[in-house]
Design a protein around this ligand. Structure first.
Ligand SMILES: [Zn+2]
Length: 115
């Protein structure tokens, strides 16, 4: 993917998320209910597709995140982020995940794997 196309894609996705934020913040209750019917399914499908790409391979590694020299163990940052946003308590969202999470008190890959 060339840089221009990537930038266009990034902008389109971020603008869509901002649009959804505005709808949730400023629309009335029936509109939000209607939005939820369509967008929750779309967002759940998007998460499933993304998580499928980052599923562990036969060696327990994420093929998408692993480099030739540096294999990435499961769960990778995509799965950790999914867990953080979809499962963990709201209060821990600002704490972060991954190797720096131990310092901030957030979930680490080890704690996520144990849960
Ligand atoms: Zn991954």
């Amino acid at each position: 993917m060339d840089e221009c196309l990537a930038s266009t894609l990034d902008t389109a996705v971020l603008e869509r998320l901002e649009y959804l934020d505005r709808l949730v913040a400023k629309s009335d209750e029936p509109s939000r209910a209607s939005l939820a019917k369509t967008e929750i399914t779309r967002l759940a499908d998007a998460w499933r597709a993304l998580l499928k790409l980052h599923a562990p391979n036969e060696h327990g590694r994420c093929s998408e995140c692993s480099g030739w020299l540096r294999p990435r163990r499961h769960p990778c940052t995509v799965w950790s982020t999914a867990h953080q946003h979809l499962i963990a308590a709201e209060g821990s969202l600002a704490a972060g995940v991954g190797r720096h999470a131990a310092v901030t008190g957030g979930p680490t890959a080890a704690t996520l794997a144990a849960s």
